[in-house]
Design a protein around this ligand. Structure first.
Ligand code: SF4
Length: 375
């Protein structure tokens, strides 16, 4: 599996809950950034044997703040440099305010075959509370246009646990989203990250989030509504119609290798994890002057990699395969984790069979605590 992630660190504006690497109001830098990106892609192609690509993922930020022609240039450039395997998955993340019919048609023609649309909520009031610039009508129109442009693999990103949200309003969002017949849903609980305005407002007592019981009800609603609609949960936060699971992300959860280019991108190849310079201006300067854009680098030894494979694999509903762990690391989870694993199994949080280790349904609700014990 050869996977390449490209980080586009630009957005229309900065949402007050966002801790991703993204900068608003950088239109003047876009063209220069795309040129720098293609230099890094060529440099990576020179150093790697990871081709042809099975998956290519443009994430952000909001990749679709770039002009359609710039996005087409990136995918065509990558196709020429690396080649694309038969039925390669080529994804782009999009924000409803940054796509129109013409741009979507160009994206589809240039080779993108999967689009992930940041809908977040189908209530205007909740979208406003999140600081999003789009309305429900914008999101619904964007989905229709994406389908009309020929996208047959559409993901919708939705969030729950939002300020002012109730189980009933989440049910409405989810039912409306399912009625739009997406192939895939990514459903994330809002987490309030340090350094964001949401964090400051919560500390000041002006941000009111739903109680734990209400969020647990939202979780239950999610499970039953998605199941009724034929979307199968395959990862803690991801649901898909059979055959539409995101292959690029599955590679992450299986702790596979991946290339990563662009400001702030992470790559992990042969146990070496690198993070690229996060500032897009500096990124362009470094690429233009032939300097390295690696900001941080770490080497994972076999034991650290084993633990990561276990923890990441537990995100998948199918869990982590005992046979794969044995073949890849010559280690066995029960022997390695000993009493810790026995306790988690006894508490009903993990299930261990001769084939796999996986979270139980209860374990998925407490996934962070379980993983903290195993990481
Ligand atoms: S659109 Fe997404 S990446 Fe951009 S600021 Fe908002 S949450 Fe962050």
């Amino acid at each position: 599996m050869s996977s390449l992630y490209i980080h586009i660190p630009f957005c229309l504006s900065k949402c007050p809950y966002c801790s991703f690497l993204s900068w608003p109001n950088q239109d003047g830098l876009h063209q220069r950034f795309v040129a720098a990106l293609m230099v890094e892609a060529a440099r990576f192609r020179h150093d790697t044997a990871m081709f042809p690509l099975s998956t290519l993922f443009l994430g952000g930020g909001t990749p679709t703040v770039l002009a359609g022609a710039e996005l087409a240039k990136i995918v065509q450039g990558c196709s020429e440099l690396f080649g694309l395997s038969h039925q390669a998955e080529i994804s782009v993340e999009a924000n409803p305010k940054t796509i129109d019919k013409k741009k979507l048609a160009l994206l589809r023609c240039s080779g993108f075959n999967r689009i992930s649309i940041g809908v977040q909520s189908l209530h205007d009031q909740e979208l406003h509370g999140l600081g999003r610039q789009h309305s429900v009508a914008d999101a619904v129109t964007a989905i229709r246009w994406a389908r009309e442009a020929g996208f047959a693999n559409i993901n919708l990103d939705l969030m729950y646990g939002l300020p002012g949200q109730t189980p009933l309003s989440w049910q409405h969002t989810l039912e409306q989203a399912l009625a739009l017949a997406p192939q895939h849903l990514s459903l994330y609980e809002l987490t309030v990250e340090c350094g964001t305005p949401f964090h400051r407002w919560r500390e000041q007592g002006t941000l009111h989030l739903p109680e734990e019981d209400a969020v647990a009800s939202m979780d239950q609603l999610t499970a039953s509504l998605c199941q009724q609609a034929g979307l199968i949960q395959y990862e803690i936060s991801n649901y898909a119609r059979p055959g539409y699971e995101c292959r690029h992300n599955i590679n992450y959860w299986q702790n596979g290798q991946y290339g990563g280019i662009g400001a702030g991108a992470v790559a992990c190849i042969a146990g070496r994890r690198q993070q690229k310079t996060s500032d897009p201006h500096r990124y362009c300067e470094y690429m233009e002057s032939g300097q390295s854009v690696v900001q941080e680098e770490e080497y994972l030894d076999a034991e650290a990699s084993f633990r990561e494979t276990v923890v990441m694999g537990l995100r998948m509903v199918c869990g982590v395969s005992q046979m794969t762990l044995n073949q890849r690391y010559g280690r066995d989870v029960a022997g390695y984790y000993g009493a810790t694993l026995t306790r988690l199994v006894d508490q009903g949080l993990l299930e261990l069979t001769s084939e796999h280790l996986r979270l139980t349904a209860t374990g998925r609700r407490f996934a962070n605590q379980v993983m903290a014990d195993l990481v």
